[in-house]
Design a protein around this ligand. Structure first.
Ligand code: WTA
Length: 656
């Protein structure tokens, strides 16, 4: 925990009251109703969650106790001794009551080539895939890596794992072979599910080839299951590889369901922290599912008949919770979006909204900025009258982008829910409720039911009252919170619970304004947020120093018009190497190769030295300021070993 948010510049208070059209029909239609339920959820969490868990989830065996926790040792358990299955709740129970309703609308990369899958078909496909896994020896507790494009098989794969009690470990299909390998090995996966190739924005992504390269160094992997997306010829090793479709076709469309304990692990998902090694965040069955379903219902005001679209990739937590588990648990219709916001052009989202009749649309500020830049004609061409609610996630949304989203896309008629949460929180924590919360552009507004946020100062003391800034922490446990980090419970406790005992530490800074609204100001640790993707600066540094020319690297974020933050790398060259455009290209490639294209530095600044304290610690605060071109606010530099370095860096920055 290093820096606190600085002199925040928040916009003048601009408030958008809830629209009359929404308040009349929403689940929560007034602030009085929100406050009453919220206060009850905080005053009597056991009563509140007991009621919700009984109402939202089908149990094979009821739970005997709502919760048990111990902050000090990182023990959190919810709905103890309950038995349930996530796949049953997301698929089977709907297949028997609303079998012909569309569960998934697959929007393929090429517009118009997608298709719909109803709950009955979903059940059959998931069962077939689950049987394939079982017949290859995958059983309850085994780990399965999923490295897939956004195709229906990706959803089948996740649900099939849940059905048989296998723990899925989805790795975003933009990660390199090396990153994939590390995630497979850390989780000790027995199998990988992938596709021949991916297709995104018309570009082919060689997934199977990447898996082949990764798995060479993964001794635990016995099988690689391959779905066909492009049908192009790829290397195939019959002893290890299994074509998914024919294998599924050989299985019967029925597969017994595993009765899982509430606290059995549902999935691992790797995310970046402030040290080099990504963390395998573990989520369990009942608490996660309940949090996913409840937030999806209330934050998106989900109503039967809605066509809900979250355009995140399943490789990130947003895809897990709000493409798959939340909407399906509620028996909804969810869109699986294979493409990118600008393919074939910047009207793609709105073309899709019109064609599919989308009612809720959930994306990231980066995507909003990228399409806003192309002008409103791309929006105006399409009919957006089906839209009721717009959502934003992944990074702070700047008020300009918020207003564009609200006014241009939503015709000043659809509330924007700016949802703050994290991989570790499992689901949305702070967000407006569309039927009642007065909105302020740039603020995630107020906590969800059962979420008890506090603002801490640097010593871990709660700062009470409104109009204050500090570290955002959560005071009591909630059902969807992560339970541990794969193979490293100690790290879980140290990172989130021990900095200040009694709180979950988010790593974000925030301001609570005069009305008690939360404004997230961004990370206070060495994590940066590039296009809504969380990245550890240490990971990028490790990748850079593997190049022989790089003696030392320091990576920081800087403000970027579209991405929110860009990646700025300071590099000291090894003796004998000369700066050149070619070398900078090579260094960027090194990062692409080790992590993935989305981690490529935007700017590489070759420098002879870095600002260090006399004890040798790099002063990142100064590096951040210089990268951001804020030369006037460098603060005290007299403690530096060699203050002259700063002048050199400023001069260099001005040339980039
Ligand atoms: C940031 C994504 C401001 C924040 C769900 C958090 C946000 C990190 C918002 C988690 C938001 C996410 N406003 N910042 N609405 N949503 N963040 O784990 O810094 O990929 O800590 O989870 O994204 O990123 P993660």
């Amino acid at each position: 925990m290093t820096q606190l948010p600085e002199g925040e510049s928040h916009p003048p208070h601009e408030v958008y009251p809830p629209s009359a059209a929404m308040t009349g029909r929403a689940h929560i239609g007034s602030m009085a109703e929100y406050r009453e339920l919220y206060e009850r959820s905080i005053r009597d969490p056991e009563g509140f969650w007991d009621e919700q868990a009984r109402k939202e989830i089908d149990w094979f065996h009821p739970f005997s106790k709502v919760r048990e926790f111990d902050w000090e040792w990182g023990q959190a358990q919810w709905f103890l001794n309950g038995r349930l299955n996530v796949c049953h709740n997301c698929v089977d129970r709907h297949a028997s009551t609303r079998g012909t309703q569309t569960a998934i609308i697959w929007e393929s990369d090429t517009p118009g080539e997608g298709r719909s899958i109803d709950y009955r078909e979903l059940q059959r496909e998931v069962c077939r895939l689950a049987n394939v896994l079982r017949h290859h020896g995958i059983k309850k507790g085994d780990r399965v890596a999923i490295y897939m494009p956004m195709i229906p098989e990706a959803a089948y794969a996740m649900l099939a794992c849940a059905r048989i009690g296998a723990v899925h470990n989805v790795v975003f299909a933009g990660f390199s072979a090396e990153s994939l390998r590390d995630r497979i090995n850390d989780a000790r996966c027995k199998a990988v599910i992938t596709a021949d190739e991916g297709l995104r924005g018309g570009k082919i992504i060689p997934l199977k080839r990447t898996v082949d390269e990764a798995v060479m160094a993964c001794p635990t992997v016995k099988f690689v299951f391959v779905a066909q997306r492009t049908g192009n010829k790829i290397p195939f090793y019959p002893q290890r590889d299994v074509w998914l479709r024919p294998a599924m076709d050989n299985e019967r469309p029925f597969c017994p369901i595993e009765h899982m304990d509430s606290e059995d692990t549902l999935f691992l998902l790797y995310t970046s922290g402030s040290t080099g090694k990504p963390k395998g965040v573990a989520h369990t069955t009942a608490g996660y599912l309940l949090h996913a379903a409840l937030t999806h219902r209330y934050v998106f005001d989900y109503q039967p008949g809605d066509i809900y679209a979250c355009v995140a990739d399943i490789g990130w937590i947003t895809g897990h919770t709000y493409v798959l588990y939340g909407p399906l648990c509620n028996g909804g219709t969810t869109v699986l979006f294979e493409s990118i916001p600008t393919f074939p052009d910047a009207g793609r989202y709105w073309d899709m909204v019109e064609r599919l009749g989308i009612t809720q649309f959930y994306t990231s500020p980066t995507a909003i900025r990228a399409v806003a830049r192309e002008g409103r004609t791309f929006v105006d061409t399409y009919d957006r009258s089906s839209l009721r609610i717009l959502g934003s996630v992944g990074e702070p949304i700047n008020p300009e982008a918020w207003r564009w989203y609200y006014e241009v896309v939503g015709e000043s008629r659809c509330p924007v829910v700016d949802t703050w949460w994290q991989t570790e929180t499992g689901g949305i924590m702070i967000s407006p409720l569309p039927g009642c919360t007065p909105l302020k552009p740039g603020s995630a507004t107020l906590p969800f039911f059962g979420v008890d946020p506090v603002v801490l100062d640097e010593t871990g003391k709660e700062i009470r009252g409104n109009g204050v800034s500090g570290l955002l922490a959560i005071r009591s446990p909630w059902p969807g919170m992560a339970r541990t980090i794969q193979s490293d419970h100690q790290r879980f406790v140290q990172t989130y619970l021990r900095p200040f005992l009694g709180y979950y530490i988010t790593g974000d800074g925030c301001r609570r304004d005069e009305d008690g609204y939360y404004w997230i100001t961004g990370r206070v640790d060495d994590v940066i947020n590039v296009s809504g993707h969380r990245m550890g600066t240490a990971e990028v540094e490790s990748a850079l120093v593997t190049h022989p020319a790089c003696a030392e690297a320091a990576v920081v974020g800087y403000p970027h018009d579209i991405k929110g933050q860009g990646i700025f790398a300071y590099v000291i060259l090894t003796a004998g190497w000369e700066e050149s455009q070619e070398l900078i290209g090579e260094l960027k490639n090194e990062v692409r190769h080790h992590i993935g294209p989305f981690a490529t530095p935007d700017i590489i600044c070759i420098t002879p030295g870095l600002p260090k304290t006399r004890s040798g610690k790099i002063m990142r605060r100064i590096l951040r300021k210089i990268a951001s071109e804020e030369y006037a606010e460098l603060g005290d530099i007299t403690t530096l070993a060699d203050p002259a370095v700063v002048e050199d860096l400023i001069a260099k920055r001005k040339t980039l």
